[in-house]
Design a protein around this ligand. Structure first.
Ligand SMILES: *Cc1c(COP(=O)(O)O)cnc(C)c1O
Length: 346
């Protein structure tokens, strides 16, 4: 039996995608070899990566003046790649610190440029000489969502969308560069996506590692190095699945519905508590505490018996966290709520 996996990442994938993928493990289409064995410079893989890019462009409505990269790099590689590609050593970069991931990104950037940190505010005064303004769309650990900030200058906005890309429609035009590790909502780990506006290319510093040089990778069609065939293949299946579900607008509606139901239950129930203000609540990662801290282990154990795993909060913040990514259905959320109700009663 497949358990319902509420983990924050690597995360659950729709069962139908795993079924479709499993058929291609032994033999990919009628090519005579597995997708796992495909040569990254072969014509079959070439066709796959191009098709996946076309599908991503269609699903996310990516304008023509943006490049799409598929990089075999974790999300955290971009914490270094962003300053190396977009700033000079003596330049300032502005960081909105809204939780763990943006804090880590700012810390990494400090190795490469002057970092100006900001707290969450209604708008931000940014000097025109700044190289970029950075923020994290969805803080996966703290369950905090931040909408695209209003800034006083024309400097490009760089955004970490690791846990939120492909969960709602996005106005790509507002951004200079977006990156996302795929292991939260999209595909198995080992791949990240970069969407970057053309005019921001060709600024990388000489010391930038070649594999993280966005311009070089754009020129090479993301094939400077061996790529992650399987994660790109799975990303393609996810894009196809999103279209089958009605596209990102429909996915977003469903995600709002799932999260509203769970937040409503938590707010109504005195045994559970969510500390995030209503406007900032993430629809993807719902964090909550139990009224009795010492019943956490019991909660996780009984959840597993009821068929649900991955509910433990991040080690840095404790408590519980239910990640309601694309693969989690409304019925799965209902099952979680029923369980939480029973547990509180007991
Ligand atoms: C998970 C996560 C990361 C880290 O991803 P890695 O691929 O492990 O480096 C970075 N940012 C956000 C928002 C995340 O959710």
């Amino acid at each position: 039996m497949r358990l319902i996996n509420f983990a924050a990442g690597p995360a659950m994938l729709p069962t139908v995608l795993l079924e479709r993928a499993s058929q291609q493990i032994l033999e990919w289409q009628d090519y005579g070899f597995s997708i796992l064995e495909a040569n990254h410079r072969g014509p079959e893989f070439g066709e796959l990566i191009q098709q996946t890019e076309r599908d991503l462009r269609q699903v996310c409505q990516i304008p023509k003046n943006y490049k799409v990269l598929f990089l075999l790099a974790p999300a955290r590689a971009h914490f270094a790649a962003i300053p190396l590609n977009l700033s000079a050593a003596e330049q300032t970069a502005d960081y909105l610190v809204s939780g763990l991931w943006s804090d880590l990104a700012a810390g990494e950037a400090e190795k490469y440029c002057q970092v100006q940190r900001h707290q969450l505010a209604d708008s931000y005064t940014i000097d025109d000489s700044t190289s970029y303004f950075y923020y994290t769309d969805n803080e996966t650990v703290h369950g905090i969502y931040t909408s695209c900030p209003t800034i006083s200058s024309q400097v490009p906005i760089a955004c970490d969308m690791t846990s939120s890309l492909l969960t709602r429609p996005i106005e790509i035009e507002k951004y200079g560069v977006i990156f996302a590790g795929v292991q939260k909502n999209i595909a198995p780990s080992g791949l990240s996506l970069v969407i970057i506006r053309d005019d921001l290319l060709h600024r990388a510093r000489a010391i930038t590692p070649s594999v993280l040089d966005y311009s070089l990778q754009a020129e090479q069609g993301s094939l400077l190095n061996t790529n992650n065939n399987f994660s790109i293949f799975m990303t393609g299946l996810m894009l196809q699945w999103i279209n089958e579900q009605g596209g990102l607008a429909a996915i977003h509606q469903r995600n709002i519905e799932k999260a509203s139901k769970l937040y409503h239950f938590i707010d109504e129930h005195e045994f559970y508590h969510n500390p995030v203000s209503a406007a900032q609540r993430s629809i993807l990662n719902v964090v909550f505490q139990l009224a009795e801290e010492d019943s956490q282990a019991k909660f996780l154990e009984m959840a597993k018996q009821a068929g649900m795993i991955g509910l433990k909060g991040h080690r840095k913040v404790g408590g519980m966290r239910a990640s309601l990514y694309n693969a989690i259905s409304l019925a799965d959320v209902d099952k979680l709520i029923d369980f939480m109700q029973d547990f509180a009663t007991q």
